[in-house]
Design a protein around this ligand. Structure first.
Ligand code: WT7
Length: 635
């Protein structure tokens, strides 16, 4: 266990230096000591960012579920692997031990096989936060099928786009889901999505809300009766280190989402190692990440990272506001949570409620608080630190991305002194660089630029499903021989990093990554709309909210504007999901454009954020006159 747990800052620097000077030796030692392999690698790393191509543990053979489940059976068989906390606080929590998880994953894996799924097939998982979500993910991994989890808050159009893009043969879903007081008709959404998917042969349906749903003959099957008949043994498929483990979609600068492909060995090694160190997880701790498994945070730090360490990981079905805004704290007290990982948007929403509810519960079990998904503002940081952590649990503000697979920049709790709004130091093995607009690296401290990574780390996404060219253009073309993150960052006088936000056309709303293009494409489908542009503006709970500028066709001019606004948000909800709805919609006569016809979002962003005094030079625009008109009609 030599270099698995980092204990003090000096050790961090020591291990960090080794990980950078001899990355191959460093990761080889971790991989040797802490995982089980059917065959060891022939070569630790092979890479070329100009292609781009990255291979870790080349030639190794393994199955990630043997590392996440089987190898714990002898020593941790009766330990809780997954602790399920239902939406309704009166429904009992469920403890799934490692032994039980083994049985349930095997049964599920056998059902997949009996329904025609084999190694390499893609399976779409559209399941709410119930145990079957984690189990279906692991069941795919058990047999070498590639899972593509789609967040169960996405609309039918978003779902069908993702199913078709990766040619999924099967969809796993539920009759419906509970969300606070509401239920959501998931199966109805799947049925609608599948009207435009010919690749799907079977749909397996988990019974969760007991609703009366339509089951299509020959396609749809209830899961439970199949599980009941399935064998509890399923030999793990032996996978190559670089075989795809999963696809997870993230927004991009065009309408089509990017199916990020993560492979097996590197992803396993990195998520396990970061989990252990970034959360300082100790045996018998109870760890809770409030994210949904539909996002990368859930993949890496609810399922794979924790289970690879034999941890107890909480899976929460509900929302922070149900039955009241004390629910998170109620769960912390009830399950004696030691590590708690959530998003700034949740912290801000809870902070708005005051301190009465957070003071009502015993939070003394907490040792580490985490934040992820967007920059955490100073006020939220202090509220979290003072009222949740009682100034004794370090906050780890962890920066990373769907594409990076695991945490990249973060304090190590009790090791790295924290600083509000700073993600602080690169994690072991991570070599960040700040670049200026000319493509030169900004050396030294007290600099600000575009955040890149110079050297591959084990869990970097290897490609975009079906579109390697787009992968290259998006991440490896802005700067030579570097992975470009899309974020801006600064490095302070001691070398701490602060993420300053996206520098591309991605807007983060409540921690959800939204591309402007897909939203604009949906709006433009409204028959009365000629053109539109979306920008972000500051919002006290969501971090950023969406502001839309819409130009109407003649036919729309006479329509009631409030009705049009509702219809536009309705279209967005249908195409993407409610998370992408616009907070403000301004109808405008034109959009500021450059002479080459590109929308100048910078100006629109400033107007939406009420920063009209520094719009910069607008005289070079094709149509400078529209700017004043937009300002005059600002909402
Ligand atoms: C983008 C990635 C990583 C899991 C959740 C989001 C922003 C993420 C932080 C942070 C400032 C952050 C970045 C990044 N982001 N964490 N701690 N501080 N910004 O994954 O949906 O792929 O979004 O989220 O802008 O690029 P994602």
């Amino acid at each position: 266990m030599s270099n698995y747990h980092i204990k003090h800052l000096e050790e961090y620097y020591q291990v960090y230096r080794k990980s950078v000077r001899e990355p191959e030796n460093f990761w080889e030692e971790i991989a040797e000591e802490h995982f089980i392999w059917s065959k060891k690698w022939d070569k630790v790393l092979e890479w070329d960012f100009s292609k781009p191509e990255v291979k870790w543990f080349k030639g190794a053979k393994l199955n990630i579920t043997e590392n996440c489940i089987d190898r714990h059976l002898a020593t941790r068989g009766d330990k809780t692997a997954i602790l399920f906390e239902p939406n309704d606080p009166n429904e009992p929590a469920e403890n799934i031990t490692y032994k039980q998880l083994h049985i349930r994953v095997n049964q599920f894996a056998n059902v997949l096989k009996e329904n025609g799924i084999k190694k390499g097939d893609r399976v779409c998982i559209y399941v709410p936060m119930i145990p079957e979500l984690a189990i279906s993910v692991l069941a795919c991994a058990r047999i070498g099928a590639i899972h593509s989890v789609v967040f169960a808050g996405f609309s039918s159009t978003a779902l069908s786009t993702r199913i078709n893009d990766s040619d999924c043969k099967m969809v796993i879903t539920a009759d419906g889901s509970f969300r606070g007081k509401k239920t959501i008709d998931l199966k109805g959404i799947v049925d609608e999505a599948l009207e435009s998917c010919t690749c799907v042969e079977n749909v397996l349906v988990v019974k969760r809300i007991n609703s009366d749903i339509h089951m299509k003959e020959g396609r749809d099957k209830w899961l439970q009766p199949l599980l009941d008949k399935a064998s509890t043994e399923c030999k793990a498929e032996i996978m190559d280190a670089e075989d795809p483990l999963f696809i997870l979609y993230t927004s991009g600068s065009t309408g089509m989402p990017k199916g990020m492909v993560h492979t097996t060995a590197g992803y396993m090694v990195y998520t396990a190692y970061t989990f252990k160190n970034a959360f300082q997880y100790r045996e018998n701790d109870v760890y809770w990440c409030t994210a949904d498994i539909g996002w990368i945070t859930g993949h890496s730090y609810i399922v794979y990272g924790p289970l690879a360490n034999g941890a107890t990981t909480v899976l929460f079905e509900g929302v922070p506001s149900y039955p009241d805004f004390g629910r998170f704290w109620d769960i912390v007290e009830k399950h004696k949570i030691n590590q708690f990982y959530t998003a700034p948007t949740a912290i801000r929403a809870l902070a708005k409620q005051g301190t009465e509810l957070v003071d009502k519960y015993d939070l003394s079990s907490l040792k580490v608080l985490g934040s992820v998904g967007e920059p955490i503002n100073e006020e939220a940081w202090h509220w979290y630190n003072d009222n949740v952590g009682k100034k004794k649990s370090p906050i780890i503000d962890s920066w990373w991305q769907t594409e990076t697979g695991g945490i990249m920049i973060t304090p190590i709790p009790y090791v790295t002194p924290t600083k509000p709004t700073y993600a602080t130091l690169p994690f072991i093995g991570i070599q960040p660089a700040l670049m200026d607009e000319n493509g030169d690296e900004l050396k030294g401290n007290q600099v600000e630029g575009r955040l890149c990574i110079k050297f591959p780390w084990p869990s970097i996404a290897r490609t975009i499903w079906g579109n390697h060219q787009r992968y290259k253009e998006t991440y490896f073309s802005a700067f030579d021989n570097m992975y470009f993150t899309g974020d801006g960052a600064l490095r302070d006088e001691v070398g701490y990093y602060r993420i300053t936000g996206r520098v591309d056309d991605v807007i983060i709303v409540s921690g959800h990554n939204l591309g402007t293009a897909p939203i604009e494409d949906s709006i433009n489908e409204h028959p009365a709309v000629a053109e539109s542009a979306i920008v972000g503006f500051p919002h006290d709970v969501k971090g950023s909210a969406l502001y839309g500028y819409v130009i109407l066709k003649d036919a729309g001019e006479s329509r009631n504007h409030d009705n049009l606004r509702k219809e536009i948000n309705q279209i967005i909800t249908e195409h993407i999901g409610p998370i992408a709805k616009l907070d403000k919609i301004q109808f405008s006569d034109g959009l500021p454009k450059t002479r080459s016809g590109k929308i100048m979002r910078r100006i629109l962003r400033k107007i939406a954020s009420n920063e009209m005094d520094n719009l910069g030079d607008t005289s070079t625009l094709l149509n400078p006159e529209v700017v004043q008109n937009i300002i005059d009609n600002r909402l």
